[in-house]
Design a protein around this ligand. Structure first.
Ligand SMILES: [Zn+2]
Length: 404
């Protein structure tokens, strides 16, 4: 894989940092350039280093087993950390991530800008809302660690709106005032990173095993703007020790550079505990956004509306229902449907883990109806997961044979 020297160009309202990515593996077609479009107000912090690009593409290169040649300079601290990042991913998922060699044209250490912003990757969901809340200026008293600028990435998830057709503007309208009322700013950038990661899709897993690099790459594209940046974790240690997915206490900090330190947050609490913490934050009752569908808003009130049917919606609703908190949340317009819970299949390891936490909660709160529905879904998922596992290992064996 070859990453060309990044270029900076000016567009109407944005500054575009981009590079071409060439891959040797036959049968994979990549878009022309990988780009990050950053609002002009942050232009002063951007530099044409390759940090963002090598981080963005590393798991894909590891997946296809290609060494990387970077025709640009990178941070020495990051270059050092990438070796450890590779080691951890290869240790956890050897069938997905082979270790590769990375060659750089040069090294360049850059320090943080004067602003010294502290950020968090924010989407309005449970993990990022929890991390934001915990480290807002009113709650985080350690000097230099309170969040000043939450980053919302247009192009990271299924809510992507790269042509700015309106959904991202609506998202800004929803969260900007909430952040402002707590002394923090809303920052957003656009990137087509998802189309690159999807082009080199990892068999049977989607992209979740390395999604942290998409967050880190966006932050690194902003150059020296952030000095510290929280990556919201998705599960508590040590329960997720056997299912590390995409971000992890032992992974995220290795993507730091001289200018920004990545801090993995939330490994000390369960999803249940996070959801309950958020239920004590009134602003989120109108804008907690957990749904995997595109964001929807009530036409009359403008409140964020989750579908109340998908796995992410139901997993959150179960916690709020069990604790008697669901009535506070206008963002769940429909009542919880036990039949929908029974039909859930927990494909991802994280979803399976959260279903166990929810089952424990339902039993503890004497909600036999919820517990029975979750238990049924877990039984069906166990059966499904074992047959999928067999299929994937057969496919991977075949793939390895074809590589050899
Ligand atoms: Zn949903």
């Amino acid at each position: 894989m070859i990453i060309s020297k990044p270029e900076i160009t000016e567009e109407q309202d944005d500054v575009c940092l981009s590079a071409t990515i060439r891959i040797e593996r036959k049968g994979i077609t990549l878009p022309d350039r990988l780009w990050f479009k950053i609002p002009k107000q942050h232009a002063g912090n951007i530099h044409a280093g390759a940090d963002a690009f090598v981080v963005a593409m590393l798991p894909s290169a590891m997946n296809v087993g290609e060494n990387i040649l970077v025709e640009g300079s990178v941070s020495p601290k990051l270059a050092f950390g990438l070796d450890h990042y590779q080691h951890m991913q290869n240790l956890w998922w050897p069938e997905l991530f082979s270790r590769v060699r990375i060659s750089f044209s040069g090294y360049e250490a850059r320090t943080a800008s004067r602003e010294k912003a502290v950020g968090v990757a924010f989407s309005g969901g449970v993990d990022s809302s929890y991390t934001l809340w915990k480290h807002l200026p009113e709650n985080e008293t350690t000097p230099g660690f309170a969040i000043t600028h939450a980053l919302v990435i247009n192009g990271f998830d299924k809510d992507t709106d790269l042509n700015l057709e309106g959904s991202f503007r609506k998202l800004r309208q929803t969260y900007e005032p909430v952040l402002k009322s707590h002394g923090a700013e809303f920052v957003s950038l656009r990137t087509n990173i998802r189309s690159f990661r999807e082009a080199i899709k990892m068999p049977g897993t989607g992209l979740e095993k390395s999604y942290g690099v998409a967050l880190a790459a966006a932050v690194l594209a902003l150059g020296g703007f952030y000095s510290r940046f929280y990556i919201p974790g998705s599960a508590r240690l040590p329960r997720d020790a056997h299912h590390p997915e995409g971000t992890h206490l032992l992974l995220d900090s290795w993507l730091s550079s001289e200018s920004v330190d990545f801090i993995h947050d939330g490994a000390d609490v369960t999803r249940v505990e996070k959801t309950l913490a958020i239920s004590a934050w009134p602003a989120m009752h109108q804008c907690l956004r957990v749904c995997i569908d595109k964001p929807a808003y009530s036409p009359s009130t403008g409140v964020v509306e989750n579908c109340c049917r998908c796995e992410k919606c139901l997993r959150t609703m179960i916690v709020l229902e069990a604790m008697g908190e669901i009535g506070k949340f206008d963002t769940f317009p429909d009542p919880i449907d036990l039949n929908l819970i029974r039909k859930l299949i927990f494909k991802a390891d994280s979803a399976y883990l959260f279903s166990q936490e929810n089952l424990e909660l339902a039993k503890r709160e004497n909600r036999a109806d919820l517990a029975a529905a979750i238990q049924h879904a877990i039984r069906c998922s166990d059966w499904k997961r074992s047959s999928v596992r067999k299929r994937i290992s057969k496919r991977l064996r075949g793939r390895r044979r074809s590589i050899l």
